[in-house]
Design a protein around this ligand. Structure first.
Ligand code: FES
Length: 466
């Protein structure tokens, strides 16, 4: 039977976005079997792929890394012990497959002999000869799949369906957090047991000692601590990964100011770093209550959860407003910042694979939209992404460099800055999911426009300041 590849792995192998594969599947150009594709079908659909060097994949990932300025796509080799264990696992699989294949060949040979002289026998011989002639590209893709399984094993989570890769010798928890997924955890050091999950398929290896004791029954069920284990092979795990706000408990954390950058004359990028053992769990698009110098305010988180301990906010200079005055005049690097939250329900619908449109209004609407866009990119869930940033003054487009970098990095990303006080014509959006962020009047105007253009209310996800 032809080897099946997950959609994300197949996309990496041929160097295209997962959305491009989803489109081919929808158009009937590529067959899919429960969310997986066959290597030979993949080669037929993308015949010109430069598999030898996978140059396109490297180029796109390099650009993404530079565009995002972070290590989402960073790769590193696992350490010697993990590498040896993963190779051992692959070798064991190879032995099993080789033994099964030899048995199957013997059976087919015997069957062919018994059908000698029958039409069925001739058909069987033809099919076998055709089946054995795997093309060079198909062999190459399967070889690269084997390498990727050693360097970056793939993890699928049930029942949620989320997917991510384990880079280097990362623990499974670290890998899930790098992917921006809100996996349940507490201490991240093997004490509390909150990250316990069941390994349904594949093998894991403990890379850190832990004090938490799994019961015998849990061990028999295949449970392991995700903060102490790495993957030895592709995995299926049963784990708790939050998909909506209600699944994330309220948290209170003290972080430290790490960076303050002027994005424009009136906009400040404020980055805080949470402690290693107590990071803020949130979903992209949510906000946090921030207390600085005794002043408290609710701000949308501008970064993606895949930034892990680094949490960013975009603060506007508003003379006479206490929080803003404190940030622009008194705040210093290293100062303590209290974070509470997360709050809000503006978040990516990961189950929808429709093209996404983000409408950001003014300076206020960009930060929550940025967080969700970066998460959508890290997850590679969307077929295409369009950002329309509407502002009354050109100066309110305060992060043009980043938006242009996104557009340069990805063929499926479009950025349209618009200077206008009112909602312009957005064209036909009936087949898209639309995320809109702005003040109440701006969001209301967008809602009315979309309703008038036949977009069902359920396709609109809204953010307004709290
Ligand atoms: S997060 Fe506490 S044991 Fe893993």
């Amino acid at each position: 039977m032809a080897q099946l590849l997950t959609l994300t792995r197949a996309a990496r192998l041929v160097g295209v976005a997962r959305g491009a594969l989803q489109r081919k599947i929808r158009e009937g150009a590529l067959a899919s079997f429960e969310g997986m594709v066959r290597a030979d079908d993949l080669v037929r659909t993308f015949p010109g792929t430069q598999l030898e060097e996978n140059a396109e994949l490297a180029r796109v990932e390099g650009i993404k890394e530079r565009a995002f300025g972070r290590r989402v796509y960073e790769r590193s080799l696992p350490d010697k012990e993990v590498l040896a264990a993963r190779l051992g696992e692959l070798a064991r699989e190879l032995v099993e497959v080789t033994a099964r294949s030899a048995r199957l060949q013997a059976l087919l040979h015997e069957l062919g002999k018994r059908l000698e002289g029958h039409a069925l026998g001739a058909w069987l011989r033809r099919e076998l000869e055709a089946g054995m002639a795997a093309g060079e590209d198909e062999r190459e893709i399967l070889a690269q799949d084997g390498v990727m399984r050693v360097i970056t094993p793939h993890v699928k989570v049930v029942p949620g369906g989320q997917e991510f890769y384990v880079e280097g010798a990362d623990t499974i928890l670290e890998a899930a957090l790098h992917a921006g997924l809100a996996m349940a955890y507490g201490c991240s050091s093997g004490i509390c047991g909150d990250c316990k999950a069941r390994v349904v398929a594949g093998r894991v290896r403990r890379v850190r000692q832990h004090d938490f004791r799994l019961t015998e029954a849990e061990k028999l069920q295949g449970c392991a601590l995700m903060c102490c284990c790495t993957a030895l092979s592709d995995l299926v795990i049963e784990a708790n990964i939050a998909r909506d706000a209600a699944e994330i408990p309220p948290q209170s954390i003290t972080a430290q100011v790490r960076k303050m950058d002027n994005l424009s004359e009136d906009m400040m990028l404020l980055e805080v770093l949470t402690p290693r053992a107590s990071r803020l769990r949130f979903l992209a698009g949510q906000s946090a209550v921030v207390t600085l110098g005794g002043v408290k305010a609710t701000w949308p988180i501008a970064s993606c959860p895949c930034e892990e301990r680094r949490i960013q906010f975009h603060v506007r200079r508003v003379a006479g407003e206490r929080f803003s005055d404190y940030v622009f005049h008194d705040l210093r690097i290293g100062e303590a910042v209290a974070l509470e939250g997360p709050v809000g329900e503006f978040m990516l619908r990961e189950e929808a694979s429709r093209p996404l449109v983000f409408v950001a209004w003014g300076w206020e609407g960009f930060a929550p939209v940025k967080s969700v866009i970066e998460h959508a990119m890290a997850q590679d869930v969307a077929e295409s992404i369009e950002l329309v940033w509407i502002a009354a003054a050109a100066a309110d487009h305060y992060y043009p460099k980043l938006c242009r970098a996104w557009a340069d990095a990805m063929d499926n990303f479009r950025y349209t800055p618009i200077v206008a006080a009112r909602l312009p014509d957005l064209g036909d959006l009936s087949a898209r999911d639309i995320y809109v962020a702005g003040d109440a009047a701006q969001v209301e105007a967008t809602r009315a426009y979309l309703a008038g253009n036949g977009v069902p209310a359920g396709r609109l996800i809204e953010w307004v300041p709290r």
